[in-house]
Design a protein around this ligand. Structure first.
Ligand SMILES: O=C(O)CCC(=O)C(=O)O
Length: 317
């Protein structure tokens, strides 16, 4: 199948780099975002103390403006190209499921690794709004990239994401110092399957992991009777371009898309610099394994933001 060469081919040709894999490039490529040049310029991106307090208390923080119209449109356009399984760079995805739903009547597109293929989804990792907020919510830590995810629910038959805690899928990385940023490319509503949270559940400890796109309520089997009583979900609707940050133990899930519009989102998962591999197996498909106990660094895990005075950060990579 032939597709129009994406913009980054042109960039790479110009730079005479013999790769198509954007994971080699650890800075902004295009002009969709701009990296602040002075400490003062960073201030506009800082979350307020109340926002940080809300996150600590509830385990999530919604309504954080992440993208403007131009950025939303650029990412949506790129997403359309990347969702095509015939895209010749598709093997660079760590995981690619055109439909991960366990229910044959619904569809959940889910993929990891888009940052290696599309310039907009690469550059969004270096969005100053994102890295500044992430550092603050990680306790003013330096921020290292873990992986990205795409979650798309088509109109009418978009599938669920079962209630889960992100860290239950990540125990091969330690210590728990992770953070998730979910960003909608469409307005997300109860009707189209917005995220739902159980405020405070990030204090429930680590639970077993359910099948991600399986039974929406499968987590119930893993909750104590007290937790089942305290299971009071709240839907969190967002405008396109707004992000929700959540804690790695935050219980969350999302329902079906029954609306006539798609519900598309990308997710960026990060951790505080210093997190190490607790496994000798590849952390992501196709990525060379680390030694057990070795700090996670290198080509696939760039340092996105260096916090002043963070003793855990020795170098940029
Ligand atoms: O987009 C969704 O509905 C699910 C997202 C999710 O589970 C996550 O960000 O961890």
């Amino acid at each position: 199948m032939s597709i129009k060469p994406p913009k980054f081919y042109i960039y790479i040709k110009k730079m005479e780099i013999d790769v198509h894999d954007l994971s080699h490039i650890h800075h902004l490529i295009d002009d969709l975002f701009s990296w602040p040049e002075s400490p003062g310029e960073w201030e506009q991106y800082r979350l307020t103390g109340d926002q940080v307090d809300f996150f600590r208390e509830n385990g999530y923080l919604a309504g954080v403006k992440m993208l403007d119209e131009r950025q939303i449109e650029a990412i949506k356009k790129e997403l359309g190209e990347l969702m095509n399984p015939g895209n010749e760079l598709n093997p660079l995805f760590y995981e690619f499921h055109t439909n991960e739903s366990a229910d044959e009547n619904t569809i959940l597109f889910h993929a990891l690794g888009a940052w290696r293929i599309g310039t907009a989804l690469h550059d969004v990792l270096w969005n100053p709004r994102f890295v500044m907020a992430s550092s603050q919510l990680l306790g003013n830590a330096s921020v290292r990239f873990w992986h990205d995810q795409l979650f798309c629910k088509p109109p009418k038959k978009g599938g669920v994401v079962a209630w889960h805690q992100d860290y239950s899928y990540w125990t091969r990385t330690k210590p728990l110092a992770h953070l998730t940023c979910w960003c909608g490319l469409d307005d997300s509503t109860v009707e189209n399957g917005c995220l739902r949270y159980v405020p405070g559940s990030h204090r429930w400890g680590l639970l077993d992991k359910p099948q991600l796109a399986g039974d929406l309520m499968g987590i119930m089997d893993f909750l104590t009777p007290e937790q089942q009583t305290e299971f009071h979900p709240v839907p969190v609707e967002t405008k396109a371009g707004e992000a929700i940050f959540h804690h790695p133990l935050m219980l969350h899930g999302s329902g079906e898309n029954k609306s006539s519009q798609p519900r598309r989102a990308f997710v960026i998962n990060v951790f505080a610099d210093g997190v190490y591999a607790d496994s000798t197996e590849a952390l992501l498909t196709g990525v060379p394994p680390f030694k057990k106990g070795e700090k996670i660094t290198g080509q696939f895990f760039p340092l996105l933001f260096k916090a002043d005075g963070d003793p855990m950060t020795e170098s940029r990579n």
